[in-house]
Ligand binder design. Structure first.
Ligand code: GLA
Length: 383
């Protein structure tokens, strides 16, 4: 008899919530427990947002007997207690660390600390995280080559991979060097996800720019290895309702991890509804694990297609300009027109509107909004 194979880590893009965008280093254990409660009460956990990641700013200002510790004022109960709280709510705790001598908050956010990078402590830190019950490690470059380490991107992350293998930790390893050294080429097998760009901002240009870049590297994503387009800005000030929809749609079309980055305690019903939209999450989490790509790029719109399991394809029409775009459905062909009458026809036999779950109809897509449908595409692919 052969032993059962353990389930693959990150077989579909990881989902969760992360403290960074809404709170930066202003975090404490109450905030984490409150976030866990809201992940459950909002229905997000049940839709798959399962990792709760404590980003930079959790650390005490220095190591204690060589070990990382949480800031005692803000995390007085300690991390294992937090792991228990989070697990009781059906969630898994993630934590942040860096391969060099400094964390990014020390460099960019005036976080006062010393010696809390993992350089030379990879094994000890990973052992500590494993003992605490951490399920997800966000390992962030933060100029790790500085301060005499001489680390290269790949070497820095390989050192922690080695520690993970030595210790036999079975958590999720998320890395970030902002796409500087084409990690999609070397990181599969080292990490489960890798950032592909500098930090996202809650602005349409940032969101759309990241998707445009990720389009070129979509083929590198697959089960257990994902292009990380960065945290979702859905619900953060700076994006309109239309832009929130397009943001989530594009991340789903690109099979990106869905790590929410909003202030959950201030989440309005529309944002909650969007983040828990069953259809768009089903696209993101499709078991085939093939990322979509942009198949048309016109001045005022783009069309994206992602092959799904069960001979279905997801199609997104995003109005990228300042004018609405028409989508006409006649029961066999989808025609996209912009005010200048560029017509792009797609031969699809049926359409389900992902936002509503109902049969799709002709419509007008407002600027920066996305018409998102799935269609049966047995025997052909959309090119
Ligand atoms: C970098 C990362 C962010 C966040 C901060 C924390 O900027 O890209 O996602 O983790 O560091 O300092």
């Amino acid at each position: 008899m052969t032993a059962a194979t353990p389930p693959m880590t990150a077989a579909t893009p990881p989902m969760g919530w992360c403290t960074w965008n809404a709170f930066r280093t202003r975090i404490d254990e109450e905030l984490i427990i409150e976030a866990a409660d809201i992940l459950v009460a909002s229905g997000m956990r049940d839709r798959g947002y399962r990792y709760l990641v404590i980003d930079d700013g959790w650390q005490a200002p220095r190591r204690i007997h060589g070990r990382l510790a949480p800031d005692p004022r803000r995390f007085p109960s300690g991390i294992p207690a937090l792991v228990r709280e989070v697990r009781e709510r059906g969630l898994s705790l993630g934590i942040y660390a860096c391969p060099g001598r400094q964390t990014c908050a020390m460099i960019y956010d005036d976080y006062t600390a010393e010696g809390i990078g993992s350089y030379g402590y990879e094994r000890a830190d990973l052992q500590q995280f494993a003992e605490w019950g951490i399920s997800y490690l966000k390992y962030d470059w933060c100029e790790a080559n500085r301060c005499g380490t001489g680390l290269s991107y790949r070497a820095a992350f390989t050192r922690m991979r080695q520690a993970i293998d030595d210790i036999g930790w079975d958590g999720l390893f998320s890395i970030s060097e902002y796409g500087r050294s084409n990690p999609w080429e070397w990181a599969p097998g080292i990490a489960h996800m890798w950032r592909v760009t500098p930090d996202i901002e809650p602005r349409w240009e940032s969101v759309h720019g990241i998707a445009t870049h990720a389009h070129l590297i979509a083929a590198h994503a697959g089960p257990g290895r994902w292009n990380d387009l960065d945290m979702l800005q859905v619900g953060n000030p700076g994006l309109s309702a239309a832009e929130n929809r397009s943001h989530l749609a594009l991340w789903a079309m690109l099979a990106a991890p869905l790590m929410a980055g909003n202030d959950l305690s201030a989440m309005d019903p529309a944002v909650r509804e969007l983040l828990t939209c069953e259809g768009v999450i089903a696209i993101d989490q499709d078991p085939l694990g093939r990322a979509g790509r942009r198949i048309v790029r016109e001045d005022r719109y783009e069309v994206w297609a992602r092959p799904l399991s069960g001979d279905r394809t997801a199609i997104a029409v995003t109005a990228t300009g300042d004018t609405p775009v028409g989508v006409h459905w006649d029961g066999g062909e989808l025609r996209i027109t912009d005010p200048h009458e560029t017509v792009f026809p797609l031969p699809v036999p049926d359409l389900t509107d992902v936002w509503t779950g109902a049969a799709a109809d002709s419509t007008e897509v407002s600027p920066h909004d996305t018409f998102l449908v799935t269609a049966t595409t047995t025997g052909f692919t959309l090119e």
